[in-house]
Design a protein. Structure first.
Length: 588
């Protein structure tokens, strides 16, 4: 329905004049501002300092995830102010409101980590609720950490009002002994400390330098994967995904986002015009071309679900099989988002993928232009993509003709252990065609942490952590504490780890996530016993328990369901509502 089609109600004289000159883009906020019947509503607005002009303009929500809980979001307040400035400059009226975030890195390895994925749903629900209740015409959401980003994009998809997503920005690297270090190095340093490779003083010196200020974790972990997804989907302005949090370009691009949402209001561009099947295929292509986080397989299907677009694990696998790996990014590679930004950022990778025929150039974006139109002015000078690595210049972004790998960084596995699928990141690693080993089963993350502390994990074992899925955890804790210890103890690619839980984007190596169905609902992972042989086949892309079908069926028939670990509160509700990991662990 256009502005002209909106019913005007029964306004009085003053309100009648207001309705007659209703601003373009004032699509639904007129419900709270027009007519004598809305005089009390306008009184409330005037109490916040709004003028007649402010009330007559389109209303734009500015969803801010600023807080003092995590460095990922602690620098967002100035960006929200810049967004408001951009909205005002473009003749809109901004309303800033806040939502929650949690710090994955601080709660990692604790019971509190069970609240992480749950927070994504709360963030999406809260942004949707405020914008729906206040009848905002548009939205700009600014977020920085792993769950606030997909939560914001899920809300944008649900609301379907003109919206722009703004990333809070990546942290700068720390430095120790002449090398860049960041949070991934700290989790792995714990394992090195346990193995006696570094002492207390070395660990402390790294600790105080690894995270030098505000911004999200610096590698192609989940936060930077999600910011890249926002740009590839067309929900963010070009270039914004790689700008560091402390770079003044971030202020300028935030202001531009406020102006952009007003342009969308005037042109009637909605998220449903942007979040098409082509947009989601573009997002998958970009992620797998950079070796992005396994959490892509949770968050991107969740955003697609809210947009009404089918996207499953097989889709992600198929796109990865036809997309080259172009960026040598941590955790499997050598470079941080800071380095990629200096090489031209996400637009350079997208331009190369577009020229290779991998991207859909006709997908619409928040600029009012298509992906192809946005990329037309991007400079792709290969000389800018060289960065000194250990004294030797190496490319951050490779050419299409000479990629790091002919296929992308994520694969989906099926088989009798994962009928609903599971996810493995292969970027930066060579596992060989097959890998098998004896199962060693742990019922939760803490049991494996204890075994690693005692140094009882042996090379060749196929480690299983179960009852860490969406319902069984609940909440699918990220297990960077565990995977960092494995890497730090020198066991990466010497053991394999599979779980119905999930991993941090900073996890790399022989780690299989999101095995479904999960153990809590009687998935095959619940039937694995110590000593069973588990086989990974990367030619067939299968994960199998090497027992007969009859034996597997017998074990599952004998399986006894567990009582939920939470029955009330947020986690109790989550257990009742959450869908499988293969469907994005959404609660809708």
């Amino acid at each position: 329905m256009t502005t002209a089609d909106r019913p005007a109600g029964n306004p009085g004289n003053v309100a009648s004049n207001r309705a007659a000159k209703r601003a373009p883009g004032k699509w639904r906020s007129w419900e709270t501002t027009e007519g004598a019947i809305r005089a009390p509503h306008r009184s409330m607005m005037r109490a916040m300092g709004l003028s007649d002009r402010d009330i007559d303009q389109p209303f734009v929500g500015v969803a801010s995830t600023h807080n003092e809980v995590t460095p990922c979001n602690i620098g967002i307040a100035p960006l929200a102010e810049a967004i408001k400035s951009g909205v005002s400059a473009a003749d809109g009226t901004p309303f800033m409101f806040s939502t929650i975030t949690v710090s994955d890195a601080i709660s990692m390895g604790t019971e509190g980590m069970k609240g992480s994925l749950v927070s994504r749903e709360i963030i999406a629900d809260s942004i949707e609720t405020v914008c729906f209740a206040e009848r905002f015409d548009g939205l700009v959401a600014v977020a920085g950490c792993d769950k606030s980003q997909p939560g914001a994009m899920m809300a944008i998809a649900r609301l379907n009002i003109p919206s722009v997503y703004v990333y809070g920005g990546s942290i700068l690297p720390g430095s120790w002994n002449g090398k860049d270090i960041q949070i991934q190095d700290m989790f792995e340093a714990v394992g090195q400390h346990q193995a006696g490779e570094i002492d207390d003083e070395e660990l402390y010196n790294m600790e105080v330098r690894a995270c030098p200020g505000p911004g999200a974790c610096g590698g192609m972990f989940t936060a930077n994967t999600m910011s890249s997804i926002g740009e590839a989907l067309g929900l963010s302005l070009p270039g914004g995904a790689s700008e560091p949090a402390v770079d003044q370009r971030k202020i300028a691009s935030s202001r531009a986002a406020g102006e952009a949402v007003m342009n969308m209001l005037r042109q009637d561009i909605r998220p449903s015009d942007i979040l098409t099947r082509k947009a989601f295929e573009n997002a998958v292509s970009l992620v797998v071309a950079m070796g992005g986080s396994t959490n892509t397989a949770l968050h991107l299907p969740a955003i697609a679900y809210e947009a009404g677009i089918p996207l499953n694990l097989q889709d992600i696998h198929d796109i990865s099989m036809r997309t080259p790996l172009l960026a040598d990014m941590k955790p499997g590679g050598r470079y941080l988002m800071y380095d990629l930004d200096r090489a031209g950022g996400i637009p350079v990778i997208m331009k190369r993928l577009l020229e290779a025929g991998v991207l859909h150039g006709d997908a619409m974006t928040v600029t009012g232009k298509t992906i192809e139109e946005n990329l037309a002015s991007v400079k792709d000078d290969s000389k800018t993509h060289i960065y000194p690595s250990n004294g030797k210049p190496e490319p951050i972004i490779t050419s299409i003709d000479d990629p790091l790998s002919e296929t992308g960084g994520l694969v989906t596995l099926y088989g009798n252990l994962a009928p609903e699928g599971c996810t493995l990141k292969v970027a930066g690693h060579q596992f060989g065609a097959t890998w098998s080993g004896p199962a060693r089963v742990f019922e939760q993350e803490e049991e494996l942490i204890d075994a690693l502390n005692k140094r009882t994990v042996k090379e060749g074992e196929f480690i299983v952590i179960r009852y860490e899925g969406p319902k069984g955890g609940p909440g699918m804790r990220e297990m960077l504490q565990v995977t960092g210890m494995i890497a730090g103890q020198g066991l990466n690619e010497k053991v394999f780890l599979m779980t119905d839980g999930r991993f941090s984007g900073a996890t790399h190596g022989s780690m299989i996530a999101h095995v479904g169905p999960e153990a809590f609902v009687g998935g095959p992972i619940a039937a694995v016993e110590d000593g069973d042989t588990i086989e990974l086949d990367l030619e067939k892309f299968e994960l199998n328990l090497k027992v007969s079908d009859e034996e597997l069926a017998r074990r599952l028939d004998a399986w006894t369901p567990r009582e939920p670990s939470y029955t009330r509160g947020t986690l109790g509700k989550y257990i009742k509502l959450v869908q499988p990991a293969s469907k994005g662990a959404v609660t809708g």
